[in-house]
Design a protein around this ligand. Structure first.
Ligand SMILES: *Cc1c(COP(=O)(O)O)cnc(C)c1O
Length: 442
């Protein structure tokens, strides 16, 4: 980063501080992770200069022979990783991947049935402030309020909602749900009402790729994901089809000719929602998928779940309410109402101690989305750094000290120093990993 430091010290300083923040603090945001130095390197390459509209071998620009190689590697590895017939690695983000899915299968005004945002769903699953809620008629299902299924999705409730709503498409997938889904049963429900089953595995793709959670690919008509959450690749999106048969809508995107689901989705990605793909990011996706195919990636994902469970149990032991009573995946949701704190307060207090979390709505929350009654905690990032269950239990102890004494600056400062010490023993990026040479690092 020598050139950057000399030419633009202001931007350089911001980047430098952010690298330090990542190195020095405890990162518990469930959607975040730390990519490898190899993935970082692929992103910072001149592949960013290349226009490559279209697909490998069928581009609208010359000079694509080498970026074609990178995209073919990304596609082949993604197919192998997920056992998919078809994949498109071009969406710039999870939201863009989802946008293409709507464009491929839904007419404006068509009905969607999705998981309520306040119950762990995502904005792109029909929220009124998102294109999905503005352009389509969104209906929702949620988790149960009481009883044995409290905090969990009950498939009988989903079936009732599907029969009442008669949606064109049902979306399954979440940003803050700590339990697994029965995709086979969900497909049965979709078939009963003639709906398309779309699974958005943005959060859990890494756990699914390694066989630790149920696999949606054999059951869903279409699957979308981000590449930067548990999958630990560059920021981006991807769409997959397990069994690429004729499209469920029977006709291609705007052409009327029958096509496979994958062909229909290719047209919905480009020219439907993107222009030129980000070839430097696609190269980095290929690198990340290569990493995910290694045996060590499965060991990592096993540890992600073990750590999230250790964290949830430690909170329960300390008298906190964990939504649904625990976790099957990489995250847990803490309901802070019994502790007299809002999510907003907890996020700010923990932030002062260099523990980064995000406030989050809990099911049946009475606070606004900006305040919330909960926090969402994930294990992927600190597991990448080498934390095990002992460290996660220690971190819960630190968080509890901060949250138990919201008025104590001294407690937060003491905890902050302990956080620095703990992070120092689990180094993240070395200066050379992030392109900081000796001069820049000085
Ligand atoms: C994170 C997420 C997305 C959006 O991904 P972006 O890359 O932030 O656009 C979509 N769906 C779900 C379920 C997510 O968790």
């Amino acid at each position: 980063m020598h050139a950057l430091q000399q030419q633009d010290p202001e931007v350089f300083a911001a980047i430098r501080r952010e690298i330090d923040r990542q190195n020095d603090g405890i990162e518990l945001i469930a959607s975040e992770n730390f990519v490898s130095p190899a993935v970082l390197q692929a992103m910072g390459t001149p592949l960013t200069n290349k226009y490559a509209e279209g697909l490998p071998g069928k581009r609208y620009y010359g000079g694509c022979q080498f970026v074609d190689q990178a995209e073919d590697l990304a596609r082949d590895r993604a197919k192998q990783l997920f056992g998919a017939d078809w994949v498109n690695v071009q969406p710039h983000s999870g939201a863009t991947a989802n946008h293409a899915i709507y464009l491929a299968f839904m007419q404006p005004g068509d009905r969607l049935l999705g998981l309520d945002l306040a119950h762990g769903g995502h904005l792109t699953h029909g929220s009124p402030v998102n294109f999905s809620g503005l352009l389509y008629e969104a209906h929702f299902y949620g988790v149960e309020k009481d009883g044995a299924m409290a905090g969990r999705i009950d498939l009988d409730t989903v079936r009732e909602r599907a029969q009442a709503v008669q949606p064109r498409m049902i979306s399954v997938g979440a940003s803050a749900y700590s339990r697994d889904f029965d995709y086979r049963a969900l497909r049965r429900i979709a078939d009963e009402v003639g709906a398309i089953l779309w699974v958005d595995m943005a959060h859990t793709a890494g756990l699914i790729a390694t066989g630790l959670l149920n696999d949606p690919l054999p059951h869903a008509h279409v699957v979308s994901t981000t590449t930067h959450k548990t999958l630990r690749g560059p920021r981006g999106g991807m769409i997959l089809v397990g069994n690429d048969v004729e499209s469920p809508t029977g006709a291609a995107f705007r052409s009327g000719k029958p096509k496979t689901t994958g062909q229909q989705l290719d047209s919905a990605v480009f020219p439907g929602v993107i222009g030129g793909p980000l070839m430097h990011i696609i190269a980095a996706k290929a690198v990340a998928f290569g990493e995910a195919l290694q045996p060590s990636f499965k060991a990592y994902q096993e540890r992600v779940i073990e750590n999230a469970q250790a964290m949830a149990e430690a909170f329960i032991e300390r008298g906190y309410d964990v939504v649904s009573g625990g976790t099957d995946n990489h995250l847990c949701l803490i309901d802070l109402r019994s502790k007299g704190l809002t999510g907003k307060q907890a996020e700010a207090l923990l932030g002062e101690a260099e523990i980064t979390v995000n406030k989050n709505m809990v099911p049946y929350d009475t606070e606004s989305p900006f305040v919330t009654s909960g926090i969402r905690l994930g294990s992927p990032a600190m597991t990448t750094r080498g934390f095990g269950p002992d460290e996660f239990r220690e971190v819960v102890g630190l968080m509890d000290r901060v949250l138990a004494k919201p008025d104590s600056d001294v407690t937060r400062e003491t905890v902050r120093r302990e956080v620095f010490a703990l992070c120092e023993t689990f180094p993240l990026y070395q200066p050379e990993d992030v392109g900081l040479d000796a001069l820049a690092a000085g």
